[in-house]
Write a protein that binds this ligand. Structure first.
Ligand code: NAD
Length: 257
């Protein structure tokens, strides 16, 4: 399978929560996922976007403290992230589209990363689309003054993270589809591939006039495996499989190129 990547012209990766579990950030639907253990948390997650739209002050009061965000901010990249960053440096991987909001691909050195579901380190305006680094705002102090973070256009800011029922920002969606249309190989790593429209991206890659080869790496089979969207399925931990793939690609390149 390494030769598929080594011979690729434009490889992209789609990653999910599974690539970050080895950094200590739990996924949602894996065997020890947040929602597998606490289904009520899934129900609450579906209410956040609506809360922001109805009452941004209440949204900010409830979200200013978040143990999950604290854990994400403390987390460090693991071998999965570093392997993908290395594939980019080697000129093979052209883009990572990640469903993760944890900023770990960027922390590991990857340059061309699309945060499909946003990024915890940013705030975003739903009206004009501007994004701001979260640390530009002293949010606890702003709330103490009875205010909330506002955009330059005066609209209330929310976290850049895309919540359930919230549309994917148009700029992000367009860029992602452009990358998928260009790719000849797609690595799909650590995602249950059930969250749409992200789960549509491998299907677009597979069903376009010049289909891409889809290389899936996951702890367990997914709908992509079952439906035959994946040309290769490597079962295992991404933190072990991805570095092995990088080594194999290097060996192949040293021998044949
Ligand atoms: P998911 O929880 O639905 O699925 C994760 C998949 O990865 C599961 O199939 C699981 O078995 C597998 N997995 C877990 N650890 C693995 C490992 N070490 N190696 C290989 N596979 C492993 O995650 P999803 O598909 O990304 O969808 C959940 C949504 O939740 C995403 O859209 C994302 O925005 C959000 N989320 C993000 C984070 C994060 O930023 N790190 C964490 C949890 C959830």
């Amino acid at each position: 399978m390494a030769e598929v990547l080594a011979n690729s012209v434009y490889a992209v990766a789609l990653t999910g929560a599974g690539v970050s579990t080895e950094s200590g950030i739990p996924d949602f639907r894996g065997p020890s996922g947040i929602w597998t253990r606490d289904p009520e948390a899934e129900r609450r997650a579906y209410e956040v976007y609506d809360k922001f739209l109805r009452n941004p002050v209440e949204y900010w009061m409830e979200s200013v403290k978040s143990p999950i965000r604290d854990a994400i901010e403390r987390a460090e990249p693991n071998p999965s992230h570093y392997a993908l960053a290395e594939l980019e440096k080697m000129g093979i991987l052209k883009c990572i589209i990640t469903q993760n909001v944890d900023n770990l691909h960027q922390k590991s050195g990857s340059q061309n990363v699309i945060d499909f579901h946003g990024n915890v380190s940013k705030l975003r305006c739903l009206k004009c689309g501007r994004r701001y680094p979260r640390d530009m705002f002293d949010i606890p102090k702003i709330l103490e003054e009875g205010k909330i973070p506002l955009c330059e256009c005066k609209y209330p800011l929310k976290s850049d993270v895309v919540y359930f029922n919230e549309p994917i920002p148009q700029d992000v969606y367009t860029r992602s589809v452009e990358e998928v249309v260009k790719c000849d190989v797609m690595i799909v790593a650590g995602t249950s591939a059930v969250v749409y429209p992200a789960a549509q991206l491998p299907r677009i890659a597979k069903n376009k006039p010049l289909p891409a080869s889809v290389v899936e790496i996951n702890a367990e089979p997914t709908p992509l495996t079952v439906e035959g969207i994946s040309d290769y399925f490597i079962q295992g931990k991404t933190g072990e499989v991805l570095p092995r793939i990088v080594e194999e690609v290097k060996k192949f390149l040293a021998k044949y190129k």
